[in-house]
Design a binder for this molecule. Structure first.
Ligand code: PEP
Length: 267
């Protein structure tokens, strides 16, 4: 069974004391879950101190980015090798990396390979822009992003990784968080089907069934359950909502409640 994954992307927010307080508040509200993994993606600067603070039975850490070379003369960069033992996961290909920092398909492919090589599970973010959606190019964009990002991996490596469907038009920029265009569950369901179908064609049935697929884009405690109920969705990747401990812990609780309701139905 695929474990539910809730990943909070803090982006370039929170200084050390704010982050420490947020972890403290989350720890008070989130219990140890067997079937749910809760992952925090703080800024690079905070990964090391938070790795000492977190209760590892409750939380895991993710990097928001890293460089694909293991070491060398790359001023200002941090490698996946340096992050080993500090993080379990790394976000790769987030739309802000693609569109603000102009990361291209080749760089994203190299980062995915470097992450796997260094035993860090990639969370590969894919998704179409508003223009691409309007031009009905969503399936083509997802196909192109997947085929290139995964091209250095084996089927087993793909099975073990995570893919996040994040339509660019549904991601908030902080300022518009409360009042933002959101993806309808049936739109997410279609895109997730396309993602799993591509994995099936490229890497076979086992990989298409085992790879975890998340949804991200203005998710919050109000809509969490609706997204989590979608067939083929294994979790959420909230940005704005992950900075608020009430919101983020309520999203984890929504996942827990859904699992408990399902158990109740099976019994
Ligand atoms: C994100 O940062 O990946 C994201 C989905 O942000 P938000 O939830 O704020 O739209």
């Amino acid at each position: 069974m695929r474990r539910i994954l809730i990943v909070g992307n803090w982006k370039m927010h929170l200084n050390a004391s704010q982050a420490s307080l947020l972890v403290h508040r989350l720890s008070e509200r989130i219990k140890i879950h067997r079937d749910i993994e809760v992952v925090l993606a703080p800024s690079m600067l905070l990964i090391q101190p938070l790795s000492l603070q977190i209760d590892r039975r409750k939380f895991r850490l993710a990097a928001q980015n890293a460089y694909f070379k293991d070491e060398g003369a790359y001023t200002g960069e941090v490698s996946f090798t340096m992050l080993q033992e500090l993080v379990h996961y790394a976000l790769i290909g987030h739309s802000e990396r693609r569109h603000v920092f102009n990361e291209n398909l080749g760089l994203i492919r190299d980062k995915v390979a470097a992450s796997v090589r260094n035993n860090i599970t990639p969370i590969l973010c894919v998704g179409e822009t508003k223009d691409e959606k309007q031009a009905k190019e969503t399936s083509r964009v997802l196909h192109d992003q997947l085929i290139s990002a995964l091209s250095d991996l084996t089927a087993n490596e793909v099975s073990a990784m995570v893919i996040a469907y994040e339509p660019v038009w549904a991601i908030s920029n902080g300022a518009n968080y409360a009042n933002h265009e959101v993806a309808k569950p049936d739109e997410v369901a279609k895109a997730v089907q396309v993602i799993r179908h591509n994995i099936f064609e490229l890497y076979g049935k086992k990989a298409s069934e085992e790879v975890r697929v998340l949804y991200g884009g203005s998710s919050n405690s109000q809509n969490a359950r609706a997204y989590l109920e979608i067939d083929g969705v294994d979790g959420l990747l909230p940005g704005g909502a992950s900075l608020n401990y009430h919101e983020f812990s309520a999203m984890v609780n929504a996942a827990d409640k859904m699992l408990n309701d399902r158990k109740g139905i099976d019994e």
